[in-house]
Design a protein around this ligand. Structure first.
Ligand SMILES: Nc1nc2c(c(=O)[nH]1)N[C@H]1C(S)=C(S)[C@@H](COP(=O)(O)O)O[C@H]1N2
Ligand SMILES: [Mo]
Length: 394
């Protein structure tokens, strides 16, 4: 039995608990488990480690480091030592290849950017029909202040050849069996030299946690986290499009399906029906109430949540407390920067006892809004259906 995303059909109880409709059995099992140095997170897989953040942590403006989600493709994850660590910057379109230690990097201007780190597969477990992959619920996301240096400054030091087309990233983790392709990703050169793209070594003012990429990772604000390479050890400037499984086959969406502005054109052959996933689409989440929560008739309740997008900025979060008949703009919280999420609140007083359906729809400065019906794609990416939450008024 598949649940209806529209909220009119019968929803399995556990699906409702997750706050969005999902095919029965996908996100039903919520096992909490703590990795070393982390708070208990929702375990999706142990090897490689994939753990999502419980929604209650999203009531804070910045997600605590020890509560931040963890995503890996490969299970061989070395514990790196900061003192011995170096990142090699080279490749066919680099003029003067060089290596940088952490101290070398710290010679460049220090910058800090607040940005949402969101897995492309966020909410895949709610895809209807069901799709294969890590069955994420709402917690493959977090908001942090990322401190480090501009990748552009490091690339300027190395020097880019005129023919530079893409910049590729490789982390220290690798496959356990040789058959599995190593996780290497690239971005267009214009995105690599964007002033917001960083080599980060701090998260919320602390060194990066091991599980989030210690000692340094790439930050590509506005783009999904597949490009945010952890434990970065190699950066290559390429003249030709990178070719591997993670670029040619995985992390791709149907061309034209989503309203994204920034495209990765060198990875978009004319005869291909797909294009790499790039920008995060506009989205929101209620963080203080779960589906099925009880509220009292005649007593005001504050509905709290977050809204985010690929960096255009949230301009409105519309809330309906009557199944979509009428809408009110929620009160937006402090602007923490265009790549960060925006907190919002909406006070509502339920009328008589019974059911009340809350719907939330965010809109961004690029004119995009959340959808009512899933824009289905085979990998379950970009699920930004306006959330519906059924409250029990007693
Ligand atoms: N080295 C390395 N970096 C990686 C990955 C990985 O498997 N290995 N996964 C990427 C993906 S798909 C995501 S969603 C983010 C997750 O970041 P987090 O684990 O810090 O939450 O890391 C990215 N960087
Ligand atoms: Mo991801």
């Amino acid at each position: 039995m598949l649940a209806l995303a529209g909220g009119t059909g019968w929803l399995p109880r556990l699906a409702r608990a997750a706050g969005l409709a999902l095919p029965e059995g996908t996100v039903a099992e919520q096992v909490l488990e703590a990795l070393p140095g982390k708070l208990p997170l929702i375990k999706k897989t142990y090897r490689p480690p994939n753990y999502e953040t419980p929604i209650s942590y999203f009531n804070e403006a910045f997600t605590p480091n020890n509560g931040f989600f963890v995503r890996y493709h490969l299970a061989d994850i070395p514990q790196l030592d900061a003192a011995g660590w170096k990142v090699k910057v080279g490749g066919p379109a680099a003029q003067n290849p060089a290596e940088f230690s952490l101290d070398d990097l710290k010679q460049f201007e220090k910058v800090e950017i607040a940005a949402v780190c969101q897995c492309s597969g966020e909410r895949r477990g709610f895809s209807d029909p069901h799709v294969p992959g890590v069955e994420w619920g709402n917690g493959a996301i977090g908001n942090a202040r990322w401190g480090g240096v501009r990748l552009k400054d490091v690339l300027d030091k190395v020097g880019l050849a005129k023919k530079a087309l893409e910049v590729s990233f490789n982390g220290a983790d690798g496959p356990v069996v040789d058959k599995t392709p190593d996780f290497v990703k690239s971005v267009p050169v214009w995105k690599a030299v964007d002033e917001n793209t960083l080599i980060a070594f701090e998260m919320n003012g602390e060194p990066l946690p091991h599980w989030n990429g210690f000692p340094a990772r790439i930050i590509v604000p506005g783009w999904t986290a597949t490009y945010w390479m952890k434990h970065i050890v190699d950066i290559d400037v390429l003249k030709e499009p990178l070719q591997n499984f993670w670029v040619n086959t995985a992390y791709r969406i149907p061309k034209g399906l989503f309203p994204v502005v920034q495209r990765f054109v060198s990875q978009e052959p004319v005869d291909s029906p797909t294009t790499p996933i790039t920008e995060i689409v506009v989205n929101s989440l209620i963080t203080n109430l779960e589906d099925g929560a009880e509220v009292k008739a005649g007593q005001p309740v504050d509905i709290k949540g977050i809204a985010w997008d690929g960096g255009y900025g949230i301009i409105e979060v519309a809330v309906s407390t009557d199944s979509g008949s009428t809408w009110t703009s929620a009160k937006l919280g402090k602007d923490l920067g265009r790549f960060a999420w925006r907190q919002w609140t909406h006070s509502f007083t339920p009328g008589q006892a019974g059911a009340a359906t809350i719907i939330v729809r965010a809109r961004n400065a690029a004119g995009a809004t959340q959808v009512d019906k899933l824009l289905f794609n085979g990998a379950g990416y970009h699920n930004n259906i306006a959330q519906q939450l059924a409250l029990k008024v007693v």
